[in-house]
Design a protein. Structure first.
Lengths: 394, 219
């Protein structure tokens, strides 16, 4: 089987499993307990916090461990908005954010906040000028993702956070897809808050973190025993946090070499598909994109049907087609880059990972074209590539 | 690999909220029957129907040959997901098997009948089976038109239910097919009755009607 859906989730790597192992049965204490079992767990937790802080260029006090990327985004956005509403009630985000961000913003609209959703260009990039123009006197927060989970487009976070800071506005970035591939140093990015999680970086699921710059105020979203500085109550997930710290350390240490390798495979796959499949094109930015992300639209056929055929050939991929979503709506990301619905239904995403090889890429290039031919034979639709591409945003 | 007790080898077919395609669906998806092949544009149809649009994610064309008021041959082509492809393929088999169905009988084939023959579809894929049904009606109407039997044509006009928002019975049918079960579900999709609360009893009746029509009495 060829697994190429690493943007959905990654397997946990062996070193991480090994690092977590003692914390299930041996070092099992509650870090809040005063006895020796509690203290040893507390020490492990402190050490994990130190190491995570060192990797992202922060202070240990600035790390809040959470139950994953979605929770971190909720805490950052809702927590910041509720704690700072006396300063203003306007937040700026953009259209291709993950639902963890978009739906947090929608929830805040119901609490009386005003949200601006910035458009993106045809490659999925936010324009710094538009951000500048969107910031108002009552703007308190800008939240823009580092790299997009569907089309892989990487936003110029350092530039965007500088614009926010020039106007005295705080900046959060959802960096879940970036943790394994991009520089996540918070000093260089200039962010006030940053979300990371374990399940995209060969770490455990259900654990994440929020970097919270000293001095930034949040309201907790989860109330209880006051753990994590009162910002995330609930007994700390010690094995998960240990695993997350290990995964982040390894991912960042190997980042340069692995990104280079993945970029080679990525471009081979993109070029191969465009060359072998007529009426196909790349979604997202051609160069400012995650090193593991391939997202193509293949016209006249539907994504779920392609996924099923690929699965039958032993290949795991994903699609932005409506037919695989609960809402029966096609991907909001593909629509945000201006593609018409019919092209969104035919989008196909391969996200490469550590265990993928050139042989895997070549296997996909061998298997995909006949699948497309077969489904096109069944399809009555004959879209014009020119009109679809012309519909994209500038 | 070791089998974990929490991982079922086969997903329980009764849990239709999950992704599950029966072997019959898979068979008709991977080996579709009766689709119009490339070298077959000379298939001399007695009626052709087309429904949907690629923007909605589904488009379907259906061609029928009629002999002595029986549908003896059928061809189709579909832009859509596995459920849409398998449903159309199955419908084409149902109306042409054992010498072909009489037109009047073919018109009585309900989406639920197709789903039954497929041994089930995930609930939110039910609307896929409706498309084939509609394409067949369109093809039959075309045949009636061509043969001067205009009196037999089946028309499905939409009737306005919510006068404020101009929501029709078709909109409610669509919402039910997309999985709406309660009035609240339908309102979430259509906002029906928010400006014209007087229509709500009729909406509730229509929901029951369409639930029964497409999902059977037990649903």
């Amino acid at each position: 089987m060829i697994y190429m859906d690493h943007a959905a989730t990654t397997p946990v790597r062996k070193e991480v499993v090994a690092a977590m192992a003692p914390f299930w049965t041996d070092i099992f204490g509650n870090p809040g307990s005063l006895h020796s079992k509690g203290l040893e767990a507390h020490e492990a937790l402190d050490s994990a916090r130190d190491r995570v802080a060192a990797v992202i260029g922060a202070n240990a006090m600035e790390i809040i461990f959470t139950g994953g990327g979605t929770e971190s985004c909720n805490l950052a956005i809702k927590g910041f908005a509720r704690a700072n509403k006396t300063k203003g009630r306007h937040i700026v985000t953009q259209l291709t954010e993950h639902h963890a961000v978009l739906d947090s913003c929608i929830a805040l609209e119901k609490e009386g906040f005003d949200i601006t959703y910035l458009p993106v260009d045809r490659h999925g990039l936010v324009s710094p000028e538009r951000l500048k123009a969107a910031i108002r006197s009552d703007t308190i927060l800008v939240t823009i993702m580092y790299a997009n989970n569907e089309i892989g487009t990487v936003q110029p976070i350092a530039e965007l956070s500088r614009i926010a800071h020039e106007r005295g506005v705080a900046f959060h970035t959802d960096a879940c897809q970036a943790g394994g591939q991009l520089d996540v140093n918070v000093q260089r990015l200039g962010v006030d808050m940053m979300t990371l999680n374990g399940s995209k970086i060969y770490g455990p699921k259900g654990v994440g973190m929020l970097y919270l710059k000293r001095g930034i105020k949040l309201e907790p979203v989860i109330h209880g025993g006051g753990q994590e500085g009162g910002l995330r109550s609930g007994t700390e997930n010690v094995p998960g946090i240990i695993g997350f710290a290990k995964a982040l350390e390894l991912a960042q240490a190997e980042r340069d070499v692995e990104s280079k390798r993945l970029t080679g495979l990525r471009d081979r796959l993109i070029e191969g598909i465009i060359e072998r499949v007529p009426k196909s094109f790349l979604n997202g930015h051609p160069t400012q994109r995650l090193s593991n992300n391939v997202n193509v639209s293949i016209l006249d056929i539907e994504g779920e049907a392609m996924i099923l055929h690929l699965n039958d050939a032993g290949i795991c991929a994903s699609t932005g087609s409506a037919c695989t979503s609960r809402s029966l709506e096609p991907s909001h990301v593909i629509r945000a880059i201006g593609l018409p619905y019919e092209a969104a239904h035919g989008s196909l995403r391969f996200t490469l990972g550590k265990e993928n090889t050139q042989a895997d890429v070549d296997r996909i290039l061998e298997v995909l074209p006949p699948i497309v031919t077969k489904l096109r034979e069944l399809s009555p639709v004959r879209l014009s590539m020119e009109s679809v591409l012309a519909a994209r945003r500038k | 690999m070791e089998t974990h007790p929490d991982v079922k080898v086969k997903v329980d077919a009764t849990k239709r909220e999950q992704w599950f395609y029966t072997d019959v669906v898979r068979d008709h998806f991977f080996n579709p029957r009766n689709f119009l092949k490339k070298g077959e544009p000379d298939f001399k149809a007695d009626g052709m129907g087309m429904v949907g649009s690629p923007a909605c994610g589904d488009t379907m064309k259906m061609w029928i040959k009629v002999n002595g008021d029986r549908i003896v041959e059928c061809r189709w082509s579909t832009f859509g997901c596995a459920s849409a492809i398998a449903s159309t393929s199955m419908l084409s088999v149902m109306i042409t098997e054992s010498g072909g169905m009489k037109i009047d009988d073919a018109l009585k084939v309900k989406p639920q009948d197709i789903v039954n023959r497929l041994l089930d579809l995930p609930v939110r894929k039910f609307h896929c089976s409706v498309l084939g049904d509609k394409a067949l009606r369109a093809a039959v109407n075309d045949h009636f038109r061509r043969t001067g039997q205009n009196g037999r044509m089946v028309t499905e006009g939409a009737r306005v239910i919510d006068k404020v928002l101009s929501i029709t019975d078709k909109d409610i049918e669509e919402a039910v097919l997309e999985g709406a079960v309660t009035l609240a579900d339908v309102q979430k999709k259509t906002k029906v009755g928010t400006g014209d609360p007087a229509c709500i009893p009729e909406v509730e009746q229509l929901i029951r009607f369409y639930r029964e029509k497409y999902f059977g009495r037990d649903s």
